[in-house]
Design a protein around this ligand. Structure first.
Ligand code: SF4
Length: 193
């Protein structure tokens, strides 16, 4: 049975890739390395949700220490490349680990979210696979995104409302504020009209 290390960004995003890879005959190992999650309280919530899931389904796993300073060092230049640096940081740890434990493949749950830069994550994974000599396994897991959402709700799992870093939290808050303002304007014009 081929062994695959799955870099896991959070519990809900692991659901579909785990089920799919198991069906495809892989032995799945979940690897949690996410120094991009801020603040620390949010990190702990996501970590606890993931731990509960892997324990419930008896998935072998490992989580590395929280090191937000490493994330900030990695993204501390060209702001426009922030997410790509973030992917590289996390996937490089995964590739190194997969090599160290002699796994056949590695992959990432980033491939399940329609909100991530899918092709870029794939490219980065592929190039790291070549660099470390462990093939990056690609599959378009986005087809199972809503299955994961449904199942995580049934399991009462915590679902985050922003990607992870402080920048993404700010972006989401601003988006919400913009939407609220647009709605207010529409309501006003309906009343005046
Ligand atoms: S938005 Fe998400 S992927 Fe991009 S840098 Fe922040 S945590 Fe990483």
């Amino acid at each position: 049975m081929p062994k695959i290390l799955v870099h896991t960004c959070c519990g809900p995003c692991l659901i579909y890739p785990y089920e799919k890879l198991k069906d495809e005959g892989f032995e799945v190992f979940s690897f949690f390395y996410n120094p991009n999650i801020h603040p620390y309280g949010e990190y702990l919530k996501r970590l606890a949700t993931w731990e509960e899931f892997v324990n419930k389904f008896q998935i072998p796993y490992e989580n590395l220490n929280y090191e937000p300073e490493v994330y900030f060092q990695a993204v501390n230049f060209p702001e426009k490349d922030r997410c790509l640096q973030c992917y590289r940081l996390r996937l490089e740890k995964a590739a190194k680990k997969a090599k160290e434990v002699k796994f056949d493949y590695f992959t990432t749950t980033l491939l399940v979210s329609p909100y991530q830069k899918h092709d870029e994550a794939w490219e980065i994974g592929k190039s790291l696979g070549e660099l470390y000599g462990v093939p990056f396994f690609y599959e378009d897991f986005r087809e199972g995104y809503y299955h994961g959402v449904e199942k995580s709700r049934k399991l009462s799992m915590y679902r985050q409302w922003y990607c992870g870093c402080i920048y993404s939290e700010i972006e989401r808050i601003k988006e919400k504020e913009e939407k609220r303002k647009r709605r207010e304007k529409q309501d006003e014009s309906r009343i005046i009209g």
